[in-house]
Design a protein around this ligand. Structure first.
Ligand code: PGA
Length: 263
């Protein structure tokens, strides 16, 4: 697990966006695993800008989102399909039919979960999986106690996650209690995982993920076993780490090594 600690949320977004830009330049037909939430928004805006300036293209990209609420139609403003369309897809040159979000309103969610896994496999697997992290250490909607080998499935949300997301729902709307999410096993198969976190509210989750035991109690800790995960955090999200200076030291060496290879 590589941990990169940067000054602020803008720097986190730029560092993350560079990884996607480089991937697209190397492989235009990349398969991206995408995330919703407030954290990736700045990264999406950077990628939109690069796309509109003609520096990168998404025309051959296929995407698979991590999760979706159950029982919300895709056109519902709180659905993650709607979020992705509004915040990202409609601003870039991606073919919308190549974008996938778990079908939260499928008649048979069990079949739909299996089909989602099949579609990821048929696309050749995920090149880069983008992640945020919940205050409780969840990735996607894999809440604490999730099986670390889980696949795409129906998952009940915790009270904490429901409370954290309540801000997006108006009082007269019924907030979903269930979701469909890629499993931790699904996420672990991505060739590269890029996890972003900003703000002090994520500090304890970051500490548990990076330093804690690998445990279903902190689902993100499974990434300690992933061969290529980059955790990009701002100072506030890094503030509970025991030794942030060590990660900064490693990153300085990594950058020096990269400069040497490129020279
Ligand atoms: P956030 O959500 O980016 O809105 O903080 C992250 C998550 O719950 O995975």
């Amino acid at each position: 697990m590589k941990v990169v600690i940067l000054d602020d949320a803008d720097a986190v977004a730029s560092y993350g966006a560079d990884i996607f830009r480089e991937q697209l330049q190397a492989k235009p037909a990349s398969v991206f695993g995408l995330a919703t939430g407030s954290t990736p928004l700045k990264l999406y805006r950077e990628l939109i800008e690069s796309n509109q300036q003609g520096d990168i293209s998404f025309s051959e990209v296929r995407s698979f989102n991590l999760d979706e609420y159950m029982d919300l139609p895709p056109e519902h403003p709180q659905s993650y399909r709607y979020f992705m369309d509004e915040e990202f897809f409609k601003h870039i040159d991606i073919d919308r039919s190549n974008t996938h979000v778990p079908p939260g309103n499928a008649d048979n969610p069990l079949t739909a979960c299996r089909e989602y896994e099949g579609a990821i496999a048929a696309a050749g697997g995920i090149d880069i999986q983008l992640l945020g992290i919940g205050r409780n250490g969840h990735i996607g909607f894999n809440e604490p106690t999730s099986c670390l080998a889980s696949r795409t499935r129906v998952k009940t949300l915790t009270e904490e996650t429901i409370a954290d997301n309540a801000r997006f729902f108006s009082e007269d709307e019924t907030q979903p209690q269930l979701s469909i999410t890629m499993g931790i096993g699904t996420i672990m198969e991505a060739r590269l995982v890029v996890l972003l976190a900003t703000g002090e509210s994520k500090a304890e989750a970051i500490k548990a993920m990076v330093e804690g035991p690998v445990s279903a109690w902190c689902p993100a800790s499974a990434l300690q076993m992933h061969p290529a995960t980059v955790v990009i955090v701002d100072e506030a999200a890094a503030s509970a780490l025991s030794n942030p200076e060590f990660f900064k030291h490693i990153e300085r060496h990594n950058q020096a090594l990269l400069a040497r290879i490129k020279a």
